[in-house]
Design a protein around this ligand. Structure first.
Ligand code: SF4
Ligand code: SF4
Length: 117
């Protein structure tokens, strides 16, 4: 009899455990109730729909380099944690001045951390 009682108690405990978990997750699943709120967010942010409330006012959403002003120093590439900036330079007409022949940003890898900026 003791074995049966322990067995039934085990089933009861597991049902209670499942019910406790469902109390938390069910509102997310069915999308109703006062506890419901979105738990995930699209990344990168959907700029067109969410810019006013989600993004800081100075957010530009796209990295851009003024190649005329770039000296090819590679500080930005060295800073990038995702290693997504590729720079190639060639010797310029003056000493110690380089021409930037290639400046590529792999936007598929960029996480918009802004460190390069
Ligand atoms: S930090 Fe990058 S963008 Fe700025 S000058 Fe150096 S290489 Fe050019
Ligand atoms: S924003 Fe961050 S990840 Fe993107 S290129 Fe700049 S440093 Fe790299």
């Amino acid at each position: 009899m003791n074995g049966l009682a322990a067995y039934l108690r085990g089933i009861g405990n597991r049902c209670l455990s499942a019910a406790t978990a469902l109390k938390t997750t069910l509102p997310y699943l069915i999308g109703t109730g006062e506890r419901y709120r979105a738990a995930t967010e699209e990344y990168p942010d959907r700029v067109s729909a969410r810019m006013p409330e989600d993004l800081p006012p100075r957010f530009r959403g796209l990295l851009r380099n003024d190649i005329q002003a770039c000296s090819g120093c590679r500080y930005c590439a060295d800073t990038c944690p995702a290693d997504c900036i590729h720079i190639e330079t060639e010797p310029g007409p003056e000493r110690n001045v380089s021409w930037v022949s290639v400046f590529d940003i792999d936007h598929a890898r960029c996480m918009f951390c802004g460190l390069c900026v």
